[in-house]
Design a protein around this ligand. Sequence first.
Ligand code: OAD
Length: 249
Amino acid sequence: MGLLTNATQLIGDQRPERIAILTGAGISAESGLSTFRGTGGYWKQRKVEDLASLEGFERDPAVVWTWYEERRASMLAAQPNAAHRDLATLESHPTGYCKVITQNIDMLHTRAGSNHVLELHGNAFRARCIREETIVAIPDPLPNLPPHCECGALLRPDVVWFGETLDARIVAMASTAVQMADLFLIIGTSGFVSPACEMVALARKAVIVEINPEETPISRAAHIALRLPAAEAVPAIVKAIHASRSRTD
Ligand code: OAD
């Protein structure tokens, strides 16, 4: 019996009500978006410290904005895939919950219909004034790079860079969702970046299923590690969850 069948049977028996889902760049790979650490990933060609740190932004804000604008254009052109779409169908449950916790800034979960998305690393479609902290939607197209706030200070992408603190409210909500979960799905993350990689340790009550074609540091903690692409494995898992919920026994 294959591992995917094992996973769907386990889930069918368990009938999960409280579901936490952690996603990373791999879930959007089949929508055509690049990952960071995989073959052809951003960090194979570019330097993190130039593009995803405050120091890099202060050195050359136009370079950082150019990279985010190229990525934002790809994100806008991309469509949610079967994994994003099927996860969005899990939200309606009378007593339980389904929380998507994502490291992605591409908004594909929201565009697929998920309403409860906790964005750990912010969102590529918003900008923030570096002086006043005001948050604004990024005008389309941006007139010139780098853009400025009405107050005259620079705007930066409203994302979290390396060395920066995550929004404590979002981290607290994500941690609670994982602690209370009876099923924790970890999809398309290499598990190298904190605090996402530490969340698996909070899932003490949950069956943990990892979906990733490659082994990661998280794999050892997972009850089942499915070495499959997200758009193939997620629909089967979601189907098993819905089937378990519609059973009356
Ligand atoms: P990574 O690029 O580190 O990891 C992507 C993971 O997705 C890898 O483990 C791949 O094996 C897996 N993968 C690839 N294709 C897949 C598919 N079709 N289905 C499922 N999995 C697949 O991306 P993240 O873990 O998201 O932060 O990276 C975390 C953070 O590091 C990012 O949010 C970003 C980055 O630097 C910042 O920029 C602050």
